[in-house]
Ligand binder design. Structure first.
Ligand code: SF4
Ligand code: SF4
Ligand code: SF4
Length: 241
């Protein structure tokens, strides 16, 4: 709703939200059919990484634009109009959220498709100076120095693939092993909230687009009368197989 208020105010040419704007929008939404013409059938949200956030691990900007092109082609709005037997509401829209790092500011865990830009770190052959910078910077306590104090070890069960240890390493000992995107499906809020289910591993730009395409196909084949993607998806295997 917060974003919708901001969009509404922006359409009016204003740069700040006032209480009168909130009340005007509330009145509009509560009137019969008042919300319907503002619904476009889907929403693709990105975090502020593209505006220069220093935490950016792997930018989702290009991926977000390409996902939007795919969703536009699928014409979700027409699909919803044909299938939903009552007024369309914002909660019927298909939602995608992309974040450029695991801080996940765009909340990818609670939408239909969530994506997090990620980098898997590795330890390379360059001599480690044992400066401890990578150990200190890791918020997950995923790095320790080995028993012989020669090089760091990464606990991949704890690592969130944020790349902070890579950015601080002066020697290149801690470096990029793999770059890609984490993908999670079927999250929602509402009366029965559920966190999205993650597809294991890192995925390339093109693999993510393929997952989006398959998810939309599954959604259109199985959603009846406005059922959300998360209500019809019980396992990511339904998309992968
Ligand atoms: S998700 Fe990460 S990169 Fe994006 S705005 Fe938040 S902290 Fe910055
Ligand atoms: S990528 Fe992030 S979470 Fe993983 S080891 Fe490095 S600093 Fe820790
Ligand atoms: S891997 Fe890099 S940051 Fe970590 S202790 Fe060695 S030199 Fe320092």
């Amino acid at each position: 709703m917060k974003k919708k208020v901001e969009d509404f105010v922006e359409q009016k040419g204003k740069t700040s939200v006032e209480l009168s704007d909130v009340n005007e929008l509330k009145k509009k939404f509560l009137s019969k059919g008042g919300m319907e013409k503002d619904i476009k059938g889907y929403e693709v949200t990105t975090c502020f990484g593209g505006a220069g956030c220093p935490n950016t691990t792997n930018s989702c900007t290009r991926l977000g634009k390409n996902i939007e092109k795919i969703i536009e082609k699928e014409n979700i709005l027409s699909f919803l109009k044909e299938n939903v037997k009552r007024d369309l509401k914002f909660h019927h829209e298909f939602r995608v959220a992309l974040s450029d790092c695991p801080n996940a500011c765009s909340r990818p865990q609670i939408v239909d498709i969530g994506i997090i830009g990620s980098v898997l770190p590795g330890i390379f052959d360059e001599d480690c100076t044992l400066c401890n910078a990578c150990v200190d910077v890791c918020d997950e306590n995923a790095i320790t120095l080995d028993e012989d104090n020669v090089k760091p070890l990464i606990n991949y069960h704890q690592c969130l693939m944020c790349a902070k240890c890579i950015k601080v390493c002066p020697t290149g000992t801690s470096g990029e092993k793999e770059k890609g995107f984490r993908v999670m499906l079927g999250g929602r809020l509402g009366r029965h909230p559920r966190l999205a289910m993650e597809i294991a591993g890192l995925h390339t730009h093109d693999q993510v687009l393929s997952i989006v395409q398959k998810s939309l196909k599954f959604y259109k084949e199985n959603s009846k009368n406005g059922h959300r993607f998360s209500h019809i998806l019980s396992s990511v295997d339904q998309i992968l197989t």
